[in-house]
Design a binder for this molecule. Sequence first.
Ligand SMILES: [Zn+2]
Length: 245
Amino acid sequence: MITLICPECRRENEPERIYCHDCGARLDRTALAKEAPKGEDVKDTQRRLRNMLDPGRAKMRLMFFKVSKVILGALILAALIQMILPPDVPPRQKTGDFPPQINLDLENAAMNHGSTPLQYTEAQVNAYLGSALKSKQAALSKLLQFERAIVTLEENGGRITAERSLFGFSVFTTTSGKVSLQDGKLTASNTGGSIGRLPIHPLLMKYSDPLFSDLWAALDRERKAVAKMASMELRPQAVVLTPKP
Ligand SMILES: [Zn+2]
């Protein structure tokens, strides 16, 4: 480290000082200038400065940020469009006809220990849900107006889509999973989901519970009724429930 020696009292002063710490005499700082940074550093600094100030490069950099912003904006917009596009769900059905009373069927079967399996098609399940959830609509609508829930049945599992509306605009959230019924316990493992047509990774679906918690609560009675069955077999577009003997 370079020190500045006071011309008056010979005290060694720190290089930052202009006046001597002891006697206050002005220090000769020319020694510092000679010890200036090595040639390499100066050249590097100059090059860096030149690059920084070069109008061509500055323009390129600005352009890069502008383009990045546009691309990012486009990606967000594309994601938003995917989110608001309705997924492939059957059109809304009139629930005026008599939907099967699945809940009552299940409760009766559990009480009577009937051995005849109950079988429903996907359309019947959806007709039932349409009418069952209608009466719970007020409880379901917290933030968004609950419209309907649509079930898609697949091998050993399926998807459930909730349609909610915000100012008359539909928002669809879907969760899909494998469902099994064992020893009176109904378990589901998530295999993914989507918001609109935007797929959501299964790992992220862990955080989607608030999106469906109201629906699960509204379907609690149905869940309990199904859990009383001996077995539940999910097939493409159909479900077979076998009561306990
Ligand atoms: Zn001094």
